[in-house]
Design a protein around this ligand. Sequence first.
Ligand code: SAM
Length: 284
Amino acid sequence: MEDEAAASWSSGFASASVDAMQAYDDIFVSGLFIPWANVLLDELGVAPGESVLDVACGPGTVTRLAAARVGRRGRVTGADISASMLAIAKGKPAVEGAAIEYVETSAAPLAVESGAYDVVVCQHGLQFFPDRHAALLEMHRALRPGGRLGIAVWTAIEAQPSFLGLMRAIADVVGPDTAARYAAGPWGFTSLTDLEALVVGAGFTDVRAREQSLDVVFEGDGARYADTLAASGVASELAQLSAEDCQRLVDAADRHLRPLVRDGNLHSASATNIVVARRGATIP
Ligand SMILES: C[S@@+](CC[C@H](N)C(=O)[O-])C[C@H]1O[C@@H](n2cnc3c(N)ncnc32)[C@H](O)[C@@H]1O
């Protein structure tokens, strides 16, 4: 069944400009997504010589770390629906390690070979897919028998104070409906039990599910952090605001996030559901 909020965020990513996605890369990647990517790759025990597929790779966050881990004998593919995200990924300096191939594709259907990967990862992508079951079936198809899957999806927005601050700023200035649409994307699929059931339902075995917390740091204050709204699923609504209301939104973000600022940077807890699993050795 299609998830409407996910579909709306997903199509927002697909049509976003490079400028909008650059704010994501500049503010989120080093502070938030790289630390989480290392957690996921450690959990999966990604090793030299392996082939890795990163679904919803964005600006190549997990992709590039995986390429360094698998080394020159390995192979890495980054797949994403957003041409702008892929343009940012491709513009980064080469990684010391495996060559990376980037593919512009939806998660379902997923334009990669069947049975070709030792590992498939999807970090903070699954919640945006309009049909998550179909996407997991595609990840299953891409894995070789016995291959490993690693999925990471945020827990509730209440466990992520930096994002909660932005949601509250949107509610204050734009209204509760837009705030709800903001939260319904990244934090719209937060049940660990549902995630585990979805992975089992797609035919995976040896499924292990857990929640983890990590303290993260974003460079700059709340006003700078508000720039990331340009890379959100409500960006087109926020683009309709008057210059005055835009400033009110930045001020509200600054006010809500001020308690998190120390030494000029934003310090926040973050929490993620992580599921790892295998494609069974026999093909169902
Ligand atoms: C929050 S970003 C995560 C990116 C990356 N995994 C990371 O850790 O930085 C979500 C990504 O999902 C991608 N995405 C959203 N809907 C998609 C879909 N239906 N198929 C493939 N990718 C999708 C977006 O373009 C975006 O790059």
